[in-house]
Design a protein around this ligand. Structure first.
Ligand SMILES: [Zn+2]
Length: 62
């Protein structure tokens, strides 16, 4: 059984990862709009692409 502190640490790490991901999406604000898709693209800076998790559309950043 997990101790309370271990559970809190895991929850904190998960929430901070979500925060980072959300901030990255807001910084770029790339809208998918492929075939009427209404989601934002997730930017992968190391690969140099932005990808839509919903429809799978991939756009080159440079
Ligand atoms: Zn899409």
């Amino acid at each position: 059984m997990l101790s309370r502190s271990t559970t809190n640490a895991v929850a904190y790490r998960a929430s901070s990862m979500r925060r980072m991901r959300r901030r990255a999406a807001q910084a770029t604000r790339l809208y998918c709009s492929t075939n009427g898709c209404t989601s934002f693209l997730l930017v992968d800076e190391t690969a140099g692409v932005a990808r839509c998790e919903i429809c799978g559309y991939t756009r080159r950043l440079h």
